[in-house]
Design a binder for this molecule. Structure first.
Ligand code: NCD
Length: 391
């Protein structure tokens, strides 16, 4: 199916084929902007398209790389400014903002602190909406960036062994990344203290897609020493999502990846991090050739160029280069590329309002209560996907 005109709310909105298409176009974009070789850089022609960036939560990489991507495509960008300088501060609803901003642009990129907010924008906007992070729920374009970096570093995306470490409970990047890696036949090891472990519903989705449930441990040193990891994906403890400051103080130092720990890790294990880092990766690791997080962040530009171009219907024909594996690389895992990563969700009106305090329906009270049935048999809020009471 074509990506033209489609919104991207969850990574599961894409099939593996479509993810491969985005990554393939991203390689073409990378060449055009001289990502690897500045001599190959070519100036873009003007593109009569506008991107609106609506960030209701802080961002450096995502907001700027989206803007950079649109400008490098030859288009232009209008930025909403921070939530405090927009009409949200006067009490405007997200639905009205999405409707209005649609009139000013061809595509909206939105970040918001509440789960389900991207779905609200997509419901009311008349142009495609790309989710740049909705609370602790998902961050699909970060995952596309992670996959671009991983495939370049490892030559393939299938059948890898990946450690996910840190705040897996609140980290939206790992909620988007883990299911797709499971669908790609990866073995996942969730490394976190019990209070920050991966939510059971994400583990269940990984199991449904990959056939095995991710392993869980709190012991980073043992995982580095014994598990022959291909990649370690570090994450920051999400201070802004913890309600108790004392809990943050207790958990913030849970892991510090330093030279001593890196000495235990495989020679060819790469280290990724969506950034920003706080203390979870010591500065000394930056000089280790296995540290790839700055390169990972740089890849956000060609990846977002590809996604924007595909959504706007102005992407070049894919070059045919296999984007899930390097040309000639032998398959490691059996893939079903056209399988959807998330079965189509049948949503319906319901009587029970969501009680998740981080759900967008708590703030935007005009939203109807809607639910859907999850694969694990529970009834979930159709906006934020948390289980409804009594389900
Ligand atoms: C991440 C995010 O916003 O979820 N940052 C990013 O977009 N690269 C990770 C984080 O803030 O910890």
């Amino acid at each position: 199916m074509s990506l033209t005109g489609r919104s991207l709310i969850s990574l599961g909105d894409l099939s593996l084929n479509e993810i491969g298409q985005v990554l393939g176009v991203a390689e073409q974009m990378a060449q055009g902007i001289g990502f690897d070789d500045p001599a190959l850089r070519s100036a873009p022609e003007a593109l009569d398209r506008l991107l609106a960036t609506c960030f209701f939560e802080p961002s450096t990489r995502t907001r700027m790389s989206f803007a950079s991507a649109m400008l490098r495509l030859g288009g232009q960008v209008v930025d909403m400014g921070g939530a405090e300088s927009s009409s949200a501060a006067k009490g405007e609803t997200l639905a009205d903002t999405a409707r209005i901003v649609s009139a000013y642009c061809d595509v909206i990129v939105q970040r918001h602190p509440l789960a389900g907010s991207a779905r609200v924008a997509a419901r009311y906007a008349t142009v495609p909406v790309i989710n740049a992070g909705d609370g602790a729920r998902e961050h699909p374009t970060q995952t596309l960036t992670d996959l671009f970096c991983l495939r370049r570093a490892k030559g393939r995306l299938d059948g890898l062994r990946i450690g996910l470490c840190g705040d897996l409970r609140h980290g939206r990047t790992v909620h988007s990344l883990a299911p797709v890696m499971a669908a790609l036949g990866s073995e996942l090891i969730c490394i976190a203290p019990p209070a920050l472990q991966m939510p059971p519903e994400v583990l269940a989705r990984c199991e449904a897609l990959g056939g095995t449930r991710p392993g869980q441990t709190a012991d980073l040193a043992a995982a580095l020493r014994d598990m022959a990891l291909d990649a370690l994906y570090m994450t920051r403890v999400q201070k802004e999502r913890l309600t108790d400051p004392a809990e943050y103080e207790r958990l913030k130092g849970a892991y510090v990846l330093d030279a001593g720990l890196m000495a235990l890790a495989p020679e060819d294990m790469i280290v990724l991090h969506p950034l920003p880092r706080v203390d979870e990766i010591a500065r000394e690791v930056d000089a280790d050739p296995r540290a790839r997080y700055f390169e990972q962040a740089a890849g956000g530009v060609p990846v977002r160029m590809a996604l924007l171009a595909l959504v706007m219907g102005v992407a070049p024909e894919p070059s045919g280069r296999c984007a899930l594996r390097e040309p000639g690389a032998s398959p490691v895992a059996e893939l079903t590329p056209d399988r959807s990563l998330q079965p189509p969700r049948e949503t319906r009106r319901c009587d029970t309002r969501c009680t998740n305090p981080r759900c967008i329906t708590g703030r935007e009270v005009y939203l109807p209560a809607e639910c859907c049935d999850a694969a694990d048999g529970t009834t979930r809020c159709a906006w934020c996907e948390s289980a409804l009471p009594d389900s």
